[in-house]
Design a protein around this ligand. Structure first.
Ligand code: DX5
Ligand code: ZN
Length: 219
């Protein structure tokens, strides 16, 4: 049984019926719901905020894996914690003090994640690795679904896998962007724990969510 977890990104879902889409993902075997929050400032796109997330909260008991592509991020950590996020993932470039932002997330009893863009060195996260629950490796430049997978980002996964295993940490590694049936195997071999996918899950095989989640899990 594959231990790989799947966190479908609702960025590729039908935004006119997000509640139903989330319920369909749960039924199809998703482990998390990946919610991409974009502010049009940190990334060149705008999506949803805490109000919408609080309305979606009652549609599922699956953990909300909230990816904050907003800056400055500190001002909104409480809003997303109150809205029902379970994991709050931030980008180091979106805060002047990464340690204090992580502590803020933990203070709300939420799991804390740090996301590294393709151009951001893994050195940014090594000093805080034991403080956080998740490292989100971006395999595309954030802002849009449906982009091409950047294979060189897997090197960061390998470095993190070694670091986490050698230090016996519980930090999980998640990869996000351009994941499909061809490259998911490479990502799994590199050492990821959680795969994010939007386009592949919602668009492949006529949108058969269950089949697409299963195919990604088995790599
Ligand atoms: C991009 C988002 C990703 C994206 C993944 O900025 O962070 O989560 O939605 O979508 P696909 O799987 O379509 O690349
Ligand atoms: Zn994301």
């Amino acid at each position: 049984m594959s231990s790989i977890k799947i966190s479908p990104s609702i960025l590729s879902a039908d935004f006119s019926k997000l509640g139903n889409e989330i319920q369909a993902l749960e039924k199809a075997g998703a482990d998390f719901i990946h919610i991409d929050v974009m502010d049009g400032h940190f990334v060149p796109n705008i999506t949803i905020g805490p109000e919408v997330i609080s309305k979606l909260r009652n549609y599922t008991s699956l953990p909300f894996d909230v990816h904050l592509m907003i800056s400055p991020v500190d001002n909104f950590i409480k809003n997303f914690a109150d809205a029902g996020a379970d994991i709050i993932t931030i980008h180091p470039e979106a805060t002047s003090d990464l340690v204090s932002s992580i502590k803020k997330i933990k203070a709300f009893n939420k799991r804390a994640g740090v996301s590294l863009n393709p151009g951001t060195s893994v050195d940014k996260v090594l000093p805080v690795l034991k403080m956080i629950d998740l490292v989100l490796i971006m395999s595309v430049n954030p802002g849009f679904g449906g982009q091409k997978f950047i294979e060189t980002t897997l090197e960061k996964v390998r470095v993190l896998r070694k670091e986490i295993d050698s230090k016996k940490l519980k930090t999980q590694i998640e990869i996000d962007g351009g994941i499909n049936f061809k490259n998911s195997k490479m990502a799994i071999t590199a050492g990821i724990d959680i795969l994010v996918s939007g386009t592949t899950i919602f668009k492949e095989n006529g949108g058969d969510l269950k089949k697409n989640i299963q195919l990604l899990k088995t790599g």
